[in-house]
Design a binder for this molecule. Structure first.
Ligand code: HEM
Length: 495
C-alpha cells in the first residue's frame, strides 16, 4: 500500500490524476519473474512453453494465458503487451511529436558497424524528425505517387500479357507458386521508384544473375533478421554464422542500391530534368537536406520495406478472393463499370472501386503482416489502473484484436462489406482494433504508394482472369512479418 501511495504521487505529478488507487507495473498479469533473467524460464529452449518465433503465436499465447494486459521481461528489458483498443488509443495518444518505435536491433548494429545512417525505420528523436519531414512531401504526396501510374500500368500490362501467352486458345492456366511471379513484378515496380530504372525482371528469360541474387538477398534479409532478432542476442558479442550471413546479404543489397542511386545521380547531372521530378530525383536534387549516404539508406529501406510487405499482403488478398468466388464476382462487376475504352487505370478509376478497396481492408484485418506495432513513450501512462512507466516497450497486438469476437461480428469471416459506409452505421469498427499501416506521424510512409500498386495489380488481374485457388492448406509462417506458409497455386481462366 505504501508503494501504491508513492506511485500515485508520482503519476499525479505527471498530470495523470485519478481518484482511484493505482497499481504497480509489477502487478500486471504475466509469467513469474526472476531477478535479472526475468521471464526467460518460460522459453522453450529452457524447458518452458513459449518461443518468440513465430511472434504472432507468442502474442496469442500470452493473451490466452494472462488476458488483455500482459507484462513480459527478459534480461532487464521490459515489454508490455496490449490487447484492448481502449488501451491502444491511450498509447498512441501519448506518443508525442517524434514517436519512438523500438529499433530492429540487427539493422541498428549493422548500420553502426558499417557507419551507415540509420534511415527512417531505426532513427529516433530529432534525427528521425529531420529525415521524415524531408521525405514526407516527396514520398507520401499524392502527386508524386500519381507520377508512377503510367509506368506501373505498363509494367502490369506486360506481366498480364506474359501470363496470357501461357494460355492456349483461351484455356485456363494453372500457375504454381504465383507468389514468385508477384515478387518479380513488385521488384520491377519498386525499382522504378527507388532507382528510376527498370530491372527487366518480370520475364524469366531476361533476368540477370544479379537480379536473381537481389531477390534471394531481399528474402534472406527478412529471414536472417528474424533469426537474429528473436533469439538471445549472443551474436552481438561474437559474430556467429547467422550474423555473418546477414552481414553478407545486407552488404549486397546496400551496394546494389548505392550503385543504382549513383547511376541515377550521374545521369541527372549529365541530362538535367526540369519538371515532373521522380521521387529519387527530388531527393538527389537537394530538395531535402539529406546527404548522399542518407539517401542511399532511405532508398535501401524503400526497397526492403516495400517488397515483402506488399508481396505478402497481395498473397493473402488473392488467396481470400480466389476462395470467395461470390465476392470476387461482385468486385469484377464493380471493375467492369470502369471505362473499358482504355486499359490504362487512372486516378479517377481508383476513386470508383469501393468494394475492391474494402476487400483489401478486410484481408488486411484478417492477415495483418505486423503482429504488433511497438512504441516506447517518454512519459508514464495509466492502463486499467496500472502505472506504465516511461520507456517501457509497449506492443499493441492488433493481430489478436482484429480477429476477436469482442470487436468483430463473425471475426473469421471474410466480409468486405463490413467496411462500406452504409454498413458502418449498424456495425461501427473501432479504428484502434486494426491498423495495418501503423499509426500517426510514424505510420508507414509508403502506404499510398503500396495501395496504388496493389489496386492496380488486382484490378488488372481481375479484369483479365477469373482466379481460383487450387492449393490445399492455408497455414501461416513468420519471418519478421507474418507470411503465408502456403503456396499460391492458382487457376487463371482468361476472361
Ligand atoms: C502493404 C504494404 C505495406 C505494409 C502493410 C506496411 C506496413 C508498415 C508498418 C506497420 C509500419 C510501422 C508503422 C508504425 O510504427 O506506426 C511501416 C513503416 C514503414 N514503412 Fe511500410 N508497409 C508497406 C509498404 C511500404 C512501402 C511500399 C514502403 C516504401 C516506399 C514502406 C516503407 C516504410 C518505412 C520507411 C517505414 C518506417 C517509417 C518511419 O518509421 O518513419 N512500406 N510499414
Amino acid at each position: 500500500m505504501k508503494n501504491n501511495v508513492k506511485l500515485l504521487n508520482h503519476v499525479a505529478k505527471r498530470g495523470l490524476v485519478t481518484n482511484r488507487v493505482l497499481k504497480k507495473y509489477d502487478d500486471i498479469p504475466g509469467p513469474k519473474t526472476y531477478p535479472l533473467i526475468g521471464n526467460m524460464l518460460e522459453m522453450k529452449f529452457l524447458g518452458g512453453e513459449l518461443e518468440f518465433n513465430p511472434f504472432d503465436a507468442f502474442c496469442m499465447k500470452l493473451h490466452e494465458k494472462y488476458g488483455d494486459l500482459v507484462r513480459w521481461s527478459m534480461l532487464g528489458d521490459n515489454s508490455l503487451f496490449v490487447f484492448k483498443p481502449e488501451h491502444a488509443k491511450i498509447v498512441f495518444q501519448n506518443e508525442g511529436s517524434s514517436p519512438i518505435r523500438p529499433a530492429v536491433i540487427p539493422w541498428e548494429v549493422y548500420s553502426k558497424r558499417k557507419k551507415y545512417p540509420p534511415g527512417l525505420v531505426n532513427s529516433q528523436g530529432n534525427e528521425w524528425k529531420v529525415q521524415r519531414s524531408a521525405s514526407n512531401p516527396i514520398v507520401a504526396k499524392p502527386q508524386s505517387i500519381a507520377l508512377y501510374l503510367d509506368t506501373h500500368n505498363r509494367i502490369i500490362d506486360e506481366f498480364i500479357d506474359l501470363l496470357k501467352n501461357k494460355s492456349k486458345n483461351g484455356e485456363p492456366i494453372c500457375v504454381e507458386k504465383f507468389e514468385t511471379d508477384l515478387k518479380y513484378l513488385l521488384l520491377e515496380m519498386m525499382s522504378i521508384v527507388a532507382f528510376d530504372k527498370r530491372l527487366e525482371c518480370i520475364n524469366a528469360e531476361r533476368r540477370s544473375p544479379e537480379i536473381l541474387q537481389l531477390l534471394t538477398s531481399i528474402i534472406d534479409y527478412g529471414i536472417l533478421t528474424s533469426q537474429l532478432y528473436y533469439t538471445v542476442p549472443l551474436w552481438r558479442i561474437y559474430r556467429n554464422k547467422i550474423w555473418n550471413e546477414f552481414e553478407k546479404t545486407s552488404d549486397f543489397i546496400f551496394n546494389f542500391t548505392r550503385k543504382f542511386v549513383e547511376e541515377s545521380y550521374n545521369t541527372l547531372k549529365k541530362t538535367p530534368v526540369k519538371e515532373n521530378h521522380t521521387m529519387l530525383q527530388q531527393f538527389l536534387l537537394k530538395k531535402t537536406n539529406l546527404n548522399f549516404k542518407e539517401i542511399v539508406s532511405i532508398m535501401s529501406e524503400f526497397l526492403l520495406g516495400s517488397f515483402d510487405t506488399t508481396a505478402t499482403t497481395i498473397h493473402f488478398w488473392l488467396h481470400k478472393l480466389s476462395t470467395n468466388m461470390e465476392i470476387q464476382e461482385q468486385i469484377y462487376q464493380e471493375i467492369k463499370n470502369l471505362d473499358k475504352n482504355h486499359s490504362y487505370i487512372d486516378q479517377d478509376d481508383l476513386s470508383k472501386i469501393p468494394l475492391l478497396k474494402a476487400s483489401l481492408k478486410e484481408s488486411m484485418r484478417l492477415h495483418s503482416i505486423a503482429p504488433t506495432i511497438a512504441r516506447s513513450l517518454s512519459n508514464d501512462i495509466v492502463l486499467d489502473d496500472y502505472i506504465i512507466p516511461k520507456n517501457t516497450n509497449i506492443n499493441v497486438a492488433f493481430f489478436v484484436m482484429s480477429k476477436s469476437e469482442k470487436y468483430f461480428k463473425n471475426p473469421n469471416e471474410f466480409r468486405p462489406q463490413r467496411w462500406l459506409k452504409e454498413h458502418q452505421q449498424n456495425e461501427p469498427i473501432n479504428p484502434y482494433t486494426t491498423l495495418p499501416f501503423g499509426f500517426g506521424s510514424r505510420m508507414c510512409i509508403g502506404r499510398r504508394l503500396a495501395e496504388q500498386k496493389m489496386y492496380l495489380i488486382l484490378i488488372k488481374m481481375l479484369q483479365n482472369f477469373k482466379i481460383e485457388y487450387v492449393g490445399k492448406e492455408a497455414k501461416l509462417g513468420f519471418r519478421l512479418i507474418v507470411v503465408p506458409g502456403y503456396d499460391l497455386n492458382l487457376k487463371l481462366s482468361p476472361r
